[in-house]
Design a protein around this ligand. Structure first.
Ligand code: NDP
Ligand code: DGY
Length: 323
């Protein structure tokens, strides 16, 4: 009998073929609507493998309903939506999609830096709103990116890719993280700082850490108060790394120049979010890895990981190491 799999969203054909060739699958066949929790809870009762997106919480309650589960293949590099410890305890392999999305996400972090610094969405709204009457010396002026100091919180795959881009803009690059990386300091020309010094010295601060119990809320009012009034904060990691009410207050009172956010504490961003009323924040709907090529690679990678585990092989991208 073929292994049984549940896929929590419609995925690209290329990825689906990999699963269909080896497994009996059922799928929540929607592009843009997440699987209702009660449907997911009932589907997992019968499955050996679960193909998830970051929108699904794989918690003890769901795992209790999935006695036959052997693998959770997450179509994302971040896996804070999966209780990995609990999966390991139950012998469930967890996999993710590192690497294939690094450059695409770094592109978006840079796009957010530039958009927030140069007020690109605000300027476009201004034009479309029919407000452009004449060229004026100080109309919609922002802050410069070229030559400014960039502070990276987290110098992992994506942080490094952002550092490489910054070199093309003649930006001195500082980084902070759990561990100092002298090898990368030489290779990338980046300098280590403790978090507080990085926040004090940087013109742009870009966050590239995973969401863990240690990083949750790591940027709040104390940290924002250390930043320059002309600084820009960019977050493409996970929303809860930044304390949103603290950032909102800082932006409202213009204690920093602007922010660019791809990720939020609650996603989708609630329609009554106070951020929506601020001109000095660029808001994107979690599209860091959203190029056709990259999303297809992520989907295929997750499918391969899933099939590998269900065929008794070690997966290419395990998060827990229990096989
Ligand atoms: P990596 O694991 O390569 O890098 C993460 C970095 O964060 C590492 O340098 C790590 O240090 C560091 N880090 C971990 N914990 C801490 C901590 N407590 N304090 C300081 N630094 C810490 O991951 P990626 O670069 O591939 O991805 C980073 C995150 O970006 C993902 O986890 C995901 O949440 C998010 N992401 C968002 C996307 C989007 O669409 N917006 C797209 C892709 C990723 P060490 O090496 O010591 O562990
Ligand atoms: C990830 O992979 O962690 C992103 O958030 C989605 O690409």
């Amino acid at each position: 009998m073929k292994p049984r799999v549940y896929i929590t969203r419609r995925i690209p054909e290329e990825a689906l073929k990999i699963i269909a060739g080896r497994c009996d699958y059922r799928m929540w066949d929607s592009e843009d609507e997440r699987v209702p929790r009660d449907v997911l809870e009932s589907e997992v009762g019968q499955v050996d493998g679960l193909y998830t997106l970051l929108t699904e919480r794989v918690d003890p309650d769901l795992l209790n309903r999935a006695p036959g589960l052997k693998v959770v293949a997450n179509m994302a590099v971040g896996y804070d939506n999966v209780d990995v410890e609990e999966c390991s305890r139950r012998g469930v392999v967890v996999t993710n999609t590192p690497g294939v999305l690094t450059e695409t996400t770094a592109d978006l972090a840079f796009a957010l830096m530039m958009a927030a610094a140069r007020r690109v969405p605000e300027a476009e709204r201004f034009l479309r709103g029919g407000k452009w009457k004449t060229w004026s010396p100080m109309l919609l002026t922002g802050v410069d990116v070229f030559g400014a100091t960039l502070g990276l919180i987290g110098l992992g795959r994506i942080g490094q890719a952002v550092a490489k881009r910054a070199k093309g803009f003649s930006m001195p690059v500082l980084y902070s993280g759990r561990s100092r990386r002298p090898d990368l300091e030489d290779a990338l020309g980046v300098e280590w700082r403790g978090l507080d010094d990085l926040l004090r010295e940087s013109d742009f601060v870009s966050i590239h850490v995973p969401l863990t119990e240690t990083t949750r809320g790591m940027i709040g009012s104390r940290e924002i108060a250390l930043m320059k009034p002309t600084a820009v904060l960019v977050n493409t990691s996970r929303g809860p790394v930044v304390r949103e009410p603290d950032l909102y207050e800082a932006l409202r009172e213009k204690r920093i120049f602007a922010a660019g956010l791809d990720v939020f504490e609650t996603e989708p961003l609630p329609s009554d979010s106070p951020f929506l009323g601020l001109p000095n924040v660029v808001l994107l709907p979690h599209i860091g890895s959203a190029s056709v090529a990259t999303r297809t690679k992520m989907a295929v990678m997750a499918a391969r990981n899933l099939v590998q585990v269900l065929s008794g092989q070690r997966p290419d991208n395990p998060v827990n190491h229990i096989m």
